[in-house]
Design a protein around this ligand. Structure first.
Ligand code: FAD
Length: 496
């Protein structure tokens, strides 16, 4: 069979394009060399946001697009995306009051804000948000953005694609790609050995590996715009006492670091911005990055943090296209760019550069608009008003959904059901099936993870290895002690 479209890369941009294309009636193949979201897309700050900071770089178009998407994605995936209040304390070395006020005014009005609250100033000596902060921080601003479970956003898009007929092949590496007149011949190396697939149009959405994949076409340079790889790291510590909001910590050099309430009992602190070269799979946090994040947090929070507090750390590599406007890695544009190559005797190849989680849906629509002349007739754009799998929570949103769930499954712990609802939304019934109590869920592995959930992830979400379950489709690994995690990984490996 010859697919209409083959996509290399199962990060957010690849699955977004695959889902959109499959929903328009095209035959689609998506190939991912590791697990879905195992690249940059599970190593983000986990925000669906406009990017207040980008206003300083006059990126009004990007901020507007991202703010518009914040509303769309919150409506379509309210189980994995929810509003979060950000508190921005004023510090002498930070931006002036007037600049912040003007920036937040723009942020409130640029992007069709409907359901996300607006900004205001806060008196940190009176507002609860001031409690975890050092005494000298007395005033600031509060504004709203959204938290997202980044890895699940990817998996749910893959699921949406598969539900519309796309073939999703994980643990399958794309080797060489050869153009033969009307189609690409693609060599795939997967668990079953090496085989060949054919596609009329090819999309290279390999994130920070985009150049490496481009090189496998052989010969010519396939990316005209230079790519800039920028490493960003996060640390996770037990929840900073009293820190229920997210905080924006301004460093003296103009950068900002977020301290975000994470997974019920943790605080996520990041990110750094460091130029990177080498294999993105080897990117890891350096001690200098840990010190930078801890130092900055200690300038804001009353509770002192040290390296001993870090329970998890992760690093991602941003694949940014280099606009040559700045030597500073944190100032390079986060917008996306396409390169479309098509010529006589050569089927089309679209390369995706840059982007953000927040704008993936718009990126997918734009990619298909660029490719439309080269694809068979297809349906119109459809994703703006379509919920992601599990996102149809009914009246009253997530809170009302969880209340109904607790009523319908009274023997389960309410917190357990709340956690499941924030992973699976309305698909929670598929996960729990006819189970009425804990003992119906099979073995318990710790961190709230059960045999039944692992089986679901294996059957419906392409989970193949313990990390797929412990660190991407769930974050149960974070809620286990090291011994417990090892034991769970062994048991899950047997099951998988
Ligand atoms: P990836 O997620 O890396 O996907 C590419 C995939 O291609 C990988 O899974 C890889 O395994 C696969 N691949 C590579 N080569 C091959 C091959 N030969 N065969 C098959 N598969 C292959 N954006 C936001 O909107 N909000 C945020 O809060 C945010 N925070 C960020 C924080 C950090 C530290 C970083 C680094 C980025 C952040 N971003 C954020 C940006 C966002 O995470 C990225 O733009 C996005 O995840 C990139 O997705 P992608 O699909 O292009 O790349």
């Amino acid at each position: 069979m010859t697919y209409d479209l083959a996509v290399v890369g199962g990060g957010i941009n690849g699955v977004g394009i695959a889902a959109d294309a499959a929903g328009r009636g095209l035959s689609v193949l998506l190939v991912e060399m590791g697990d879905l979201a195992s690249g940059t897309s599970s190593h983000s700050s986990k925000l669906v946001h406009g990017g207040l900071r980008y206003l300083e770089h006059y990126e009004f178009r990007l901020v507007r697009k991202a703010l518009q998407e914040r509303e769309v994605l919150f409506a379509n995936a309210p189980h994995i995306i929810w509003p979060l209040r950000f508190v921005l304390p004023q510090v002498p070395a930070g931006r002036p009051w007037l600049l912040l006020r003007a920036g937040l005014f723009l942020y409130d009005h640029l992007g069709n804000r409907r359901r996300i609250p607006g900004s205001r100033s806060v008196d940190l000596t009176r507002d609860d948000a001031g409690r975890p902060l050092r005494r000298d921080l007395t005033s600031g601003f509060a504004y709203w953005d959204c938290h997202v479970d980044d890895a699940r956003l990817v998996v749910l898009n893959a699921r949406a694609a598969a539900d519309k007929g796309a073939a999703i092949e994980t643990r399958t590496r794309v080797g060489s790609m050869v153009a033969d007149d009307a189609a690409w011949r693609i060599t795939l190396k997967g668990p079953g050995g090496t085989r060949e697939a054919r596609a009329r149009v090819l999309v290279n959405a390999a994130g920070p590996w985009v150049q490496e994949v481009a090189d496998s076409f052989g010969g010519q340079p396939h990316i005209r715009e230079p790519l800039r790889l920028v490493k960003g790291s996060h640390i996770v510590v037990p929840r900073i006492k009293g820190a229920q909001d997210a905080y924006v910590c301004q460093s003296g050099d103009g950068r900002v670091v977020f301290a975000i309430p994470y997974e019920r009992c943790f605080t996520l602190i990041g990110t750094t911005d460091i130029p990177f070269s080498g294999d993105p799979a080897d990117a890891a946090i350096g001690e200098d990055e840990e010190d930078y994040l801890l130092d900055l947090a200690n300038r804001y929070f009353a509770q002192p943090l040290t390296r001993a507090d870090i329970v998890w750390r992760y690093t991602g590599v941003r694949p940014l296209y280099d606009d040559n406007k700045s030597a500073n890695a944190s100032a390079v544009s986060r917008d996306y760019r396409f390169e479309l190559e098509v010529g006589p005797g050569r089927p089309p190849l679209l390369t995706v550069l840059g982007g953000k989680l927040t704008t993936y849906r718009r990126l997918a629509e734009a990619a298909l608009a660029r490719l439309a002349p080269h694809l068979p007739p297809m349906g119109p754009p459809w994703t703006a008003n379509a919920t992601l799998p599990g996102g149809d929570l009914g009246e009253g949103g997530l809170r009302a959904f969880v209340q109904r769930l607790c009523k319908s499954r009274p023997a389960f712990d309410a917190e357990f059901l709340d956690r499941l609802a924030r992973r699976y939304g309305s698909l929670v019934d598929e996960v729990l099936g006819d189970a009425e109590r804990d003992s119906d869920l099979g073995a318990a592995y710790g961190g709230g993870l059960t045999e039944r959930e692992v089986c679901y992830l294996m059957e419906r979400e392409w989970a193949c290895e313990p990390d797929d379950v412990l660190w991407r489709r769930t974050k149960c690994g974070l809620h286990m002690m090291a011994d417990e995690r090892r034991a769970a990984a062994e048991k899950i490996a047997k099951l998988l």
